[in-house]
Design a protein. Structure first.
Length: 354
């Protein structure tokens, strides 16, 4: 991960959160505009829709593609929001960012990197292309002493974890774990918008906290839900509707540049299975698709994922390329992936690092 990109993202996130929090004071509804950045110079010839957790790695990916294009591609537009919001933009033109106006019509972006599998798969019939796995994201509960002085150890995040700075809880049986009151209210992304919100809902439910539909259990969860995981991540240390956010469920990729300076607990058994899909078939998009699959098929992609704090994708599962594979293969791959995940132990196991 490029730390300078991460720092720029952090500044943008804080500004965006500060502006949006003003709206929350008047209403519990949350709307977040899509944020775009141009990587490279000149007019972008490739437009990427990126789920929030992958925003920073996507900028590095875009720059790597530009570097590999031998000067034929000089700029890539990278746009970030929740998976649901980006899907609405692609299919209906809902709340498009200024960079996409006037509305070019479906599919509006050239490539879509989602934070789940179902959304890209749902686009296969209308695009004629096939969705595929590109990353396994790791949900975390995180805070930092700088943002919340009450948190100095993972034990301050989850009762009984002790004095380490980070911990990993494997398995899906979490009834023995409770969120520490020292974490104060915990920010969560809206499960209806963001797959990482679904993961957070599943984790807190496994701990014994009861959700009422999409209404979170308060405490420990902040009653106001965030529209994407970027806003959720940036909420820690801020006040929303007069309530202090002391920690948040986020993506490990978001703290990858600062693992040693925050406190976090990761939940690898609740990982997000993240799929992508090619939306257009122009020459630049096709060249990007070829480049991306070359990276995946040579194993370079798993190195890139590790550098950005994602789990590796299964090299043994072939990545479908092109429309000839058809939607049925995408469904098969999804079922295969779910079967593989369910083979893991369902009994919680904890590891700690000082």
């Amino acid at each position: 991960m490029n730390p300078s990109i991460y720092n720029r993202l952090g500044k943008r996130s804080v500004s965006l959160v500060a502006a949006a929090f003003g709206l929350l004071i008047a209403s519990n509804a949350w709307a977040a505009p899509t944020t775009c950045v141009t990587v490279g110079t000149g007019a972008p010839t490739l437009k990427l829709a990126i789920a929030s957790n992958f925003y920073v790695p996507a900028q590095t990916m875009a720059q790597n593609f530009i570097n590999a294009s031998s000067g034929t591609v000089t700029a890539v537009l990278v746009c970030m929001n929740s998976t649901a919001h980006l899907s609405a933009e692609i299919t209906s033109g809902t709340q498009l960012p200024p960079e996409l106006l006037p509305d070019p019509g479906f599919p509006r972006y050239d490539y879509f990197f989602a934070a789940n599998s179902s959304t890209p798969i749902s686009l296969q019939s209308s695009t004629g292309t096939t969705a595929f796995l590109y990353a396994n994201g790791i949900p975390i509960l995180y805070s930092s002493t700088t943002l919340n002085p009450s948190v100095a150890t993972v034990g301050d995040l989850i009762v009984g974890l002790g004095s380490a700075t980070n911990a990993s809880i494997s398995g899906t049986s979490l009834s023995q774990y409770q969120i520490n009151s020292r974490a104060q209210l915990v920010g969560v992304a809206d499960p209806l918008q963001a797959p990482y919100g679904v993961a957070a809902q599943s984790i807190t439910t496994a701990m014994g906290y009861v959700w009422s539909g999409n209404t979170p259990p308060t405490p420990p969860v902040l009653p106001s839900l965030f529209a994407n995981i970027d806003l959720t991540f940036a909420s820690v240390g801020t006040t929303v509707n007069g309530q202090f956010v002391g920690a948040a469920f986020a993506a490990k990729s978001q703290i990858c540049a600062s693992l040693g300076s925050v406190q976090y607990v990761q939940f690898p058994s609740f990982q997000t299975v993240q799929w992508a899909i090619q939306l257009t078939t122009g020459p630049v998009t096709t060249r990007f698709d070829t480049y991306l699959h070359q990276q995946i098929n040579t194993g370079n992609w798993n190195v890139f994922l590790a550098q950005n704090c994602y789990s590796a994708i299964n090299d043994a599962v072939p990545v479908p390329v092109g429309s000839f594979v058809g939607p049925a293969f995408g469904l098969f791959a999804l079922v295969y992936g779910m079967f593989s995940m369910n083979r893991r132990s369902r009994r919680g196991a904890l590891s700690l690092s000082a």
